[in-house]
Design a protein around this ligand. Structure first.
Ligand code: NAP
Length: 286
C-alpha cells in the first residue's frame, strides 16, 4: 500500500514526495499531465494522472492507496467532496490535509469547509495548518525579485509566520510513518520567527549581496501594476487576499508544533535564501 501525493508539481507536494523517497515510504504522485511531468522530472517518480475536476481519474489514482497527502488546488469546478467520498468508500486509512494557519477564524475560505467535511466523513485525518510559505518568494514573488530586485506585495508593515515547505513535508512524512500517533490532530506549522517583508528584503540583500527592497505598494497600485503586466485578475485578487491579514497585523503568530513533532529547529529564512539563491540571481548581476 502507498501514500498518494496530490499537488506533486507544487511547492509542498514536491517536497513531500522527496521526503517520502528519502524515508523509504512507498508513494505515488499525481499530476494532471503525466507526459509533461515525465519530461520535467524523468522516471524517478511514480506518476499517475489525476485531476480534481475529473472524477473519471479518481479510482485509478486511489488503487493500492491507504494514505493521502491532500492539498486543495486553485481553480474552479473541483470535485473535491466527491473525491473524499471515493477515498472513504475505498477505505483510505489516513488523510494529511494541507490547511492554513488560523483557519478556525476564517469560515469563508475553502480550507474551513474542507476540514469540516473531512471530519464529517469520519476519515482519519491530520490537518497541517501551515504558515506563509517561504517558497512564495521563489514562486509568485520571484519574478519581481529577479527582474527588479524588489519584493512587490501589498503586505504593509505586518509580520508573517514564514515556514519552509520542506518543514511541512517533514511533518507530513512523520505522520505517514506513524499515523495512529497523529490521528485526528491539528498541527500549526510555522517557522520560529515572524518577519515583515522589510526584514526579508534585508536578509535577501545580505545573503545575495544584491540590494533587494520591499516596495510595500497599496492594494490599488499592486492591482494596477499586475494587471498591466498581464497577470489574471482572479489570481491578483487571491494574492491580495492572502496578504490582507498580514497588512492588518494578524499573521504574526508562531507555533512550536514543528519542533515538538520532529525534535528539530525549523528552517530559518536566511537558510532558505541561501539554498535558493540561484532562483533570483541573474548571470552577470542585476
Ligand atoms: N502559499 C502559502 O503561503 C500557503 C500557506 C498555507 C496554505 N497554503 C495552501 O497550499 C495549497 C497550495 O499548495 P502549493 O503552494 O504546494 O501548490 P502550488 O505550488 O500552487 O501548485 C498547485 C498544485 O496543484 C495542482 N493542481 C492544480 N489544479 C489541479 C487539479 N484540477 N487537479 C489536480 N491537481 C491540480 C498543480 O498541478 P499541475 O502541475 O497539474 O498544475 C500543482 O501541483 C493551497 O490550498 C493553499 O491555500 C498556501
Amino acid at each position: 500500500m502507498s501514500v498518494l501525493v496530490t499537488g506533486f508539481t507544487g511547492k509542498v507536494g514536491s517536497e513531500v514526495a522527496k521526503k517520502l523517497k528519502e524515508k523509504g515510504i512507498d508513494y505515488i504522485c499525481t499530476v494532471r499531465n503525466v507526459e509533461e511531468s515525465q519530461e520535467r522530472y524523468g522516471t524517478q517518480f511514480n506518476l499517475k494522472a489525476f485531476d480534481f475536476t475529473d472524477p473519471s481519474t479518481f479510482d485509478s489514482a486511489l488503487e493500492q492507496i491507504d494514505q493521502i497527502f491532500l492539498m486543495y488546488p486553485p481553480g474552479d469546478d473541483l470535485k473535491f467532496e466527491q473525491f473524499l467520498h471515493r477515498a472513504k468508500e475505498r477505505n483510505v486509512k489516513h488523510i494529511v490535509y494541507l490547511s492554513v494557519k488560523d483557519v478556525q477564524y476564517l469560515p469563508f475560505i475553502h480550507h474551513f469547509k474542507n476540514e469540516k467535511l473531512i471530519r464529517k466523513l469520519g476519515l482519519p485525518y491530520t490537518f497541517i495548518r501551515a504558515g506563509y510559505f517561504m517558497q512564495n518568494l521563489t514562486d509568485f514573488l520571484g519574478n519581481e525579485i529577479k527582474e527588479r530586485q524588489r519584493i512587490f506585495i501589498p503586505a504593509g508593515k505586518g509580520k508573517t509566520s514564514f515556514v519552509d515547505t520542506r518543514d511541512l513535508a517533514e511533518v507530513a512524512a512523520e505522520v505517514f510513518q506513524n499515523p495512529t500517533n497523529h490521528r485526528n490532530q491539528k498541527y500549526v506549522v510555522t517557522g520560529d520567527h515572524a518577519l515583515d517583508f522589510y526584514e526579508v528584503a534585508e536578509q535577501m540583500t545580505e545573503v545575495l549581496r544584491v540590494n533587494i527592497s520591499y516596495d510595500n505598494p497599496s492594494v490599488k497600485e499592486f492591482r494596477k501594476y499586475m494587471i498591466k503586466k498581464g497577470i489574471q485578475e482572479d489570481f491578483v485578487k487571491v494574492v491580495i487576499g492572502i496578504h490582507f491579514p498580514t497588512k492588518l497585523g494578524l499573521a504574526r503568530g508562531i507555533s512550536h508544533d514543528y519542533e515538538k513533532l520532529t525534535n528539530k529547529k525549523p528552517i530559518r529564512m536566511k537558510t532558505f535564501i541561501a539554498d535558493n539563491k540561484d532562483r533570483w540571481l541573474k548571470p552577470g548581476g542585476p
